[in-house]
Design a protein around this ligand. Structure first.
Ligand SMILES: Cc1cc2nc3c(=O)[nH]c(=O)nc-3n(C[C@H](O)[C@H](O)[C@H](O)COP(=O)(O)OP(=O)(O)OC[C@H]3O[C@@H](n4cnc5c(N)ncnc54)[C@H](O)[C@@H]3O)c2cc1C
Length: 442
């Protein structure tokens, strides 16, 4: 019998890593609080299809996905429309969350991964520094390695002792509070306004989207602070005035959820423990996409576990997962967390100025499948654009100050992230993570 791997929570990355490990002879079980039928949310997601390739799966049947529609960005004054023009090979796919789950669960089961549903995880079981299992509502379950895929509020990560250097909780401005529902569609919309992203809508700190699809109108209200149903009702009323396509009947969804929008977890491994997906905050900080990154991380984690010839799954051997993740993905995400922090400091009229004067233009907002770092997002900037951007900045001292602050923070975050210890040494890692965490203060 292979070494026993516990996947704590049925997050995307955990199931995918479990699939790759079971294929290599490991004994993998996923413990999940939901029932099988309730896996995943009742909505669609947009993500890079290369996520499937990373975990060795073909794209699901063509009937299950379509290419995403380009988005149009507006500031609160709604005066400048920045419409994306994503090259075809960079367009992400849109797929039902439940179909994504069906596909990865079926493939994981084929390799021998076992699933225990209706199992509420309460925390980690530790012996000394080593995570040896999970506490559940059915008692303790022990294993050789715990892969924490229980999402951004993972009770496993939250229960780990401070001396491991793994941040238990996120702080203000690191998560998005979201209300999302699909409303009955009451009008057709021109192509450019099919997927509207309203930034700092009504001068509230957050992003709202109105996506008019074939069967419904998908509205997502996202804020950096919690809000209630009365605020949803008020915002919907206001949105309906400018968007004829939003009806008053909820057809699907209609719940409050959270998305991490922050830098990846500074330390994501310990003896017998590795965090993945939202539990390690792997979403793209500005846009909150985390599915493809979770799949890509799963392949990196599985490689590190398989390469551990002693099968000790110590922090030292799992550090390879962390460094490789940062090399390929995390080092691009961390600076984006600084850009997000700047957005949280902007006033609505400043964002309108940035859009109106071309400091940010449609090309900058064209976020494709490979846009997982700042260089790729701003890549290909033309000299004429640079002149426009600089003129805009020079003419507005307040915006300039905020952008310069962001630039300095971004440079620090880039340098500190690159200085991550190459090998796991607890003292060096704790010293480094303190510096890393200090780069992302509101
Ligand atoms: C409204 C919204 C829209 C989004 N849109 C997109 C998008 O378009 N594209 C994209 O790429 N990403 C999107 N995301 C982000 C995406 O959902 C995550 O980044 C991605 O799913 C990776 O998270 P995860 O699977 O690791 O964690 P989760 O999706 O949080 O899954 C964690 C799993 O662990 C289980 N669990 C949690 N706690 C316990 C417990 N105590 N005991 C047992 N099981 C537990 C949960 O039930 C769940 O099954 C969106 C998120 C939200 C909220």
């Amino acid at each position: 019998m292979g070494k026993k791997i516990i996947v704590a929570g049925g997050g995307h990355g955990g199931i995918a890593a479990g699939m790759l490990l079971a294929r290599n002879g490991f004994d993998v079980t996923v413990y999940e609080k939901n029932t099988r039928e309730n896996m995943g949310h009742d909505w669609t997601d947009i993500f890079d299809k290369k996520g499937f390739t990373a975990i060795g799966l073909d794209l699901p049947d063509k009937s299950l996905w379509k290419l995403k529609h380009d988005m149009t960005f507006y500031g609160p004054a709604m005066e400048t429309a920045l419409h994306q023009n994503t090259p075809l090979d960079q367009l992400e796919i849109q797929m039902e969350r439940r179909d994504i789950y069906n596909y990865i669960i079926e493939n994981a089961e084929k390799t021998g991964v076992k699933f225990v549903y209706g199992c509420e995880i309460l925390g980690a079981v530790l012996i000394g520094n080593r995570v040896v299992g999970i506490k559940t509502n059915d008692g303790e379950i022990l294993g050789d390695l715990v892969i924490d895929a229980a999402g951004m509020n993972s009770p496993v990560r939250k229960s780990l002792p401070a001396w491991l250097g793994i941040q238990n909780n996120s702080v203000d401005y690191e998560q998005f509070y979201v209300y999302r529902a699909f409303w009955n569609k009451t009008a057709e919309v021109d192509d450019i306004n099919k997927f509207k992203i309203l930034m700092l809508h009504e001068n509230k700190l957050g992003i709202t989207w109105v996506a008019t699809e074939e069967e419904h109108t998908d509205v997502l209200i996202g804020r950096f602070m919690p809000f209630d149903m009365a605020e949803v009702d008020r915002t919907m009323e206001s949105l309906r005035k400018d968007n004829d396509s939003i009806g008053t009947e909820i057809q699907r969804g209609g719940q409050f959820v959270n998305i991490p929008v922050r830098q990846p977890l500074g330390v994501m491994v310990a003896d017998g423990y590795a965090a993945i997906g939202d539990s390690a905050f792997m979403t793209v900080p500005i846009i909150g996409s985390g599915i493809a990154n979770s799949f890509k991380a799963a392949a990196i984690l599985a490689d590190a576990v398989i390469a551990d010839s002693d099968m000790a799954f110590s922090a030292e051997s799992l550090w390879k997962y962390q460094t490789e993740f940062y090399k390929r993905i995390g080092s691009g995400l961390a600076p984006l967390a600084c850009v997000k922090l700047m957005l949280t400091r902007l006033e609505g009229h400043e964002l309108d100025y940035i859009f109106r004067t071309g400091i940010l233009n449609a090309d900058d907002m064209t976020i494709g499948a490979d846009s997982t770092n700042l260089a790729s997002m701003l890549g290909g900037m033309k000299p004429a654009d640079i002149k426009i951007k600089l003129t805009g900045l020079i003419n507005n001292k307040v915006v300039l100050k905020k952008v310069v602050r962001m630039g300095l923070e971004l440079a620090k975050a880039t340098v500190v992230t690159a200085a991550m210890p190459k090998k796991y040494d607890r003292k060096a890692v704790l010293k480094w993570v303190k510096q890393y965490n200090s780069c992302f203060k509101h």
